[in-house]
Design a protein around this ligand. Sequence first.
Ligand code: GDD
Ligand code: MN
Length: 381
Amino acid sequence: AAAKAPAEAPRGRTSQDDVAEPGAVTIVVPTFNESANVRQLLRQITESVPSRLPCEVVFVDDSTDDTPEVIREAAKDCPFPVTVLHRDEPVGGLGGAVVEGMKAATSDWIVVMDGDCQHPPSLVPELVATGERANAGLVVASRYIKGGSRAGLAGSYRVAVSRGATWLTKSLFPRKLHGISDPMSGFFAIRRSAVTADVLRPLGYKILLELAVRSRPREVAEVPFVFQDRFAGESKSSAQEGFRFLRHLVGLRTASPVARMVGFGLIGLTGFVPNLLGLWALTALGMHYVPAEILANQLGVAWNFVLIEHLLFRDRREHRRWWDRVGRFALLANADLVLRIPLIALFVHRLGMGALSATALALVTTFVLRFVGTEALVYLP
Ligand code: GDD
Ligand code: MN
C-alpha cells in the first residue's frame, strides 16, 4: 500500500512560463510482465518530474512474473511514493487495471502511461500544465498532430492497422471524439474530478476511448509526443486483443436503448446468412423445404444468440444461467415466426391493409416485440 500521499500543490498560478507548479499528479501505470522495464521507467520519471510537482506513482499489475518485487525494490530509490496494486483477478485487462489505479489516485491530476518506456515521462509536467492553462479536463498526448510521431510503432502492418482503427473509431463517435486526434493513445492526463468511475466499462487496451466516450470531459487539449521504442521485451497485444477492441467499440456504440435496437436489427440481418446456408445444405441433402427451413432457422437463432450475448448484452448476462438464456431467446425468436402470420391476417382483415404493407408492419412489430422481449425476459433480472 501507499506510504504517504503527495503534498497538496500550490494552486492558481497558471501562466505559460510557470509549468512547474500545476497541481499534484498521480501517475497510473498498468503493467503485465514488465520486470525488465519498470526500473528504467521509475528512473526516467525521477529525472523528469521536477521536485516542485508533487507526484505519486501507482502501478496496477496483472503480472505472472516478478514485476511487483522489482517495482518495490526500485521504489526505494524514488523521491516520491510508489504503490503496487497487484490484481489476482485481472478483469477488463489493461483498461480495467487503469480504472483500478484511477480509483486509488489521490491527486487532482491523473496521468496514465505505459510501463515499457514508450511514453516519455518528460512530458508529464507539460500534460498537466497544459490542462491547467487550458482549463481542460483531459489532455491527450497525440502522435497525430504537428510535432508528434509514432517512431516506436514498428512495421507498416501495425501502422496500417492503427490508422484504420483510428479512422473507424473517429467516424463512429464524431462528436465525443471531436478535438481528439489520437483516441487510441495510451498516454494522457485527466482531472480526477472528470473521471466518472461508476459508468466506466473498460475492456482491453483503449481506456482513453472509454473515458472520452463515457466520461467526456468538456474541454480537451492535446500535446504532441513521439511514441518511443520499447525499452525491453515485446508488446503484450495480440489478435485476441483486436477482437476485444471490436467488442469494446460495439459496446460503446450501443450504450443507449435506441442504438442497441439498431444493433439488434443489424445482428438479426446477419443471421440470414447461416439461415440460408443451412436451408441450402439441408434441401441439397434431400430434405423437404418446410422442415429444412424450421431447422435452418435454428441455425440463424444460434448465430444471433452468440453475437447478441457477446456484443450487446455482455454486461447483463449474470441474471440467468446460459441455458436459461438460450431457451428464452430461442422461444422468442421462434414465436416471432409463428406470430407473423396471424398478425398479417389481422392487419389485412381488421385494418384493411394491403398484403405487402401488412407484412412490412408485421415484420416491424414482431421485431420490436422480439427486441423488447429479449431485453426484458432474457437479460433483465
Ligand atoms: N495491468 C495490466 N493488465 N497491464 C497490461 C495488460 C493487462 O492485461 N496488458 C498490457 N498491459 C500493460 C503493459 O505491461 C504495458 O505497460 C502497457 O500496458 C502497454 O502495453 P503494450 O503491450 O506495450 O502496448 P502497445 O505498445 O502494443 O500499445 C500501446 O500503444 C498503443 C498505441 O499504438 C498502448 O498504449 C495502447 O493503449 C496504445 O493504443
Ligand atoms: Mn508498448
